[in-house]
Design a protein around this ligand. Sequence first.
Ligand SMILES: [Zn+2]
Length: 84
Amino acid sequence: MEMCHFGLEAIGKTSWTNENPGRQFYTCPLENNVCQYFNWLDPPMCQRSNMIIPGLLRSKNRLEQEINVKLMLANVSRETKCRV
Ligand SMILES: [Zn+2]
């Protein structure tokens, strides 16, 4: 178990910065990381992952948005048909 500078149990979080996408770290459990505790849980990212993962995230988000729009349109047309 990892402890922060206040002796509290550190919590694991995931970084989504371009430098460390998907890399996990430990931080203070208090809001705004009051005691400034920070410790990587995962080893450093390899350069190739750093190049590939942000692109994959962007395309995943774009696809999710497209799906949401299609679902919304499908719901609208279904509701319209019911009223007719
Ligand atoms: Zn702390």
